[in-house]
Design a protein. Sequence first.
Length: 317
Amino acid sequence: MLGKLLKYDLKWTIKIIYIFLGLGFIFAVTGRVMDLLFDSLFFDIVVKICYGTGVALSINALVNAIIKSWSRFIVNLYKEESYLSNTLPVKRSTHFLSKNLNSLIIILACFIVLVINLFIMYYSKENMEVIKNFFSSVATTIDIPLPLFIALLIVLLFVEIFYFVELGFFGIVFGYSHNNKKFLFSLLYASIGFVVGTFINFIILIVASLFNESLYNLLFVSVMNNAQILIEFSLLKGLMVLCICLYTVYIGILYIIANAKLKKGVNTLTVTLPFNVVSNIENYLLLGDFGVEVKGSNVKIIQKPKTINFGNWVNQG
């Protein structure tokens, strides 16, 4: 069932994003072709416009992927499609996992397309040499192999983006537990999560600086000689690894907390309709994966029984 949910979520999310991705790719290729075929001031301007538009569309696709992931979560579990999602024989945890995997795949795809578009637009021996020299100098300064440095940089950027997405899911789950001003509460809870994570990062750095003089100098000493600067920059390797580990842990904690909140809670169903002498109240059916306990005129929703016996099913939940 997870595979079917994920497929459906991907179809829903990609509907708009593939337009941005496709247009970004078209502008990148068009600009590159004109750059190779024509050499004039007019076409130089057109090429720069195509390149700028291609980059903007690619970044727009990444931003929209994040927003659409949150929107998909709200629509599927709290709004238009919630009547269907909440009656399917699927656990809430499976729904939540599907939304997270959907976000992960879409963001990764946008990230890859962005890199491909940048490569198409700006690849040349001169540019590659400049980029290689820059990253090589940084990698040498912090005493790390160039491929490992680039890999750490990409992983760090991706983990930070997904941490931001998970904060959104966390805020939505807690925000939509309120009956009013759900959007504002969602922003509030997501902001609280971000502030708490940032505060923990700060505390960890302060505590670590008490045991590492180089880290202390990097954080608190305003004037350093060249030798000290080189030593302090060598700490960036450890800091990058530390940030990757911390954000991965934060993502896991946010996922566990939001998933637990999503499973259980008090749910209030309020129905408002006009009623007068010429109207009548129709029967309402509440459907879902649960059991019902009937005691006289008192009816209570309970955990769905695992087994039932022959006889009256009403008394068995």
